[in-house]
Design a protein around this ligand. Structure first.
Ligand SMILES: [Zn+2]
Ligand SMILES: [Zn+2]
Length: 346
């Protein structure tokens, strides 16, 4: 692969993306270059668009990490992937020497680099990354569906850390893209799942995916869960809303010895009802990004149809229309997950 001219979308600050020609970066030793098929727009990408992450990403950054593609070229010494294989990137690069890395938790390295925020990302036709970040996909997996693997891996990590057992009662607080994926992975693991969400459009999507839902503005969530569980409460609660009412609900619906998984990133330190932790011997579990096994699990769930990808993906737009895609996702009440079609077909 020589210095090919490609299309790339640059975030230039002030809610603006510009699609320009750029020169592809060839892979050096230990790297691989991926021809990008699709790249989903993450909630984090929306934070970039809104200017909340300018200090971190700068004003000339190619963002994007929820991608799928095909290996185009490999650098010297790369043996874990071959040219022509379908792949996704686990967009984490770690330092290898900090206490987290040395304890086996490289995914939450103290010096973690998130590819597509701290480095250029996948909203370009050819993306060069460390080859250790690649996971190989089955040949028959659709590349549009594969763009959901990164957010599904988040959900797989959350559900794995919750230690959910088949038959347990689960409440997912917040029915946005990650909440819905957590709910689907929890259901796939045998959980009896209820989604709590206030947005009517999101409630409709959750219902179309076959979930029991509650709008806690209209229905008392605690009563609803108690009625379903003979006053026991939920065995596992996922807090995905990032709101104070969500944090209040997470302890209120929790059964004795329930596990509560904190998935959301809260803008302020919320107030947590520690009394309930004492009375019911609750456990609070932090869950951040994913580990390699969560990626493998996400690939197998998507490959087996355990995620209804065609309902979760509500829009697909070409790279040339990335600006309009972000604007639409920002304002459309019915949008769930938008994909950018960066390059090749499905
Ligand atoms: Zn993401
Ligand atoms: Zn480290």
């Amino acid at each position: 692969m020589n210095t090919e001219t490609i299309s790339a979308a640059f975030y230039r600050g002030d809610k603006t993306f510009v699609v320009e020609k750029a020169v592809a970066v060839p892979p050096v030793a230990g790297e691989a270059t991926v021809r990008i098929a699709y790249c989903g727009i993450c909630g984090t990408d929306m934070h970039v668009y809104h200017g909340n992450m300018d200090a971190r990403v700068g004003a000339n950054r190619i963002i994007g990490h929820e991608m799928s593609g095909v290996v185009e070229a490999i650098g010297e010494g790369v043996s874990n992937v071959a040219v022509g294989q379908k792949v996704v990137v686990r967009p984490l690069d770690h330092c290898g020497n900090c206490p987290a890395c040395l304890s086996g938790y490289a995914h939450i390295c103290h010096n973690l680099k998130f590819l597509g925020l701290d480095t250029d990302g996948a909203m370009q036709e050819l993306w060069t990354v460390p080859s250790h970040t690649l996971h190989i996909l089955p040949d028959d997996l659709r590349l549009d569906h594969a763009a959901l693997i990164e957010p599904v891996a988040v959900a797989c990590h959350d559900v794995r850390l919750s230690d959910l057992q088949a038959g347990e009662n689960v409440v997912v607080i917040g029915g946005g893209p990650i909440g819905v994926l957590v709910a689907m992975v929890a259901r796939d693991a045998g959980g009896n799942v209820v989604i709590s969400e206030v947005n009517p459009n999101r409630l409709e999507i959750a219902q179309s995916l076959g979930f029991d839902t509650v709008n806690p503005i209209e229905t008392d969530l605690v009563n609803f869960i108690n009625e379903r569980t003979e006053n026991k409460g939920a065995d596992v609660v996922f807090e995905v809303s990032g709101t104070q009412p969500g944090v209040d609900a997470m302890t209120a619906v929790a059964a004795t010895r329930a596990r509560i998984v904190m998935v959301a990133i809260h803008a302020q330190k919320p107030t947590i009802d520690l009394f309930r932790f004492f009375w019911r011997e609750l456990k609070l579990i932090g869950a951040r990004v994913y580990e390699p096994e969560d990626y493998e699990k996400a690939i197998s769930i998507i490959g087996s149809g355990g995620i209804d990808a065609d309902i979760v993906v509500t829009d697909v737009a070409p790279l040339s229309e990335i600006q309009a895609a972000f604007e639409a996702l920002d304002t459309s009440p019915t949008a769930m997950k938008s994909l950018i079609k960066v390059g090749m077909g499905a």
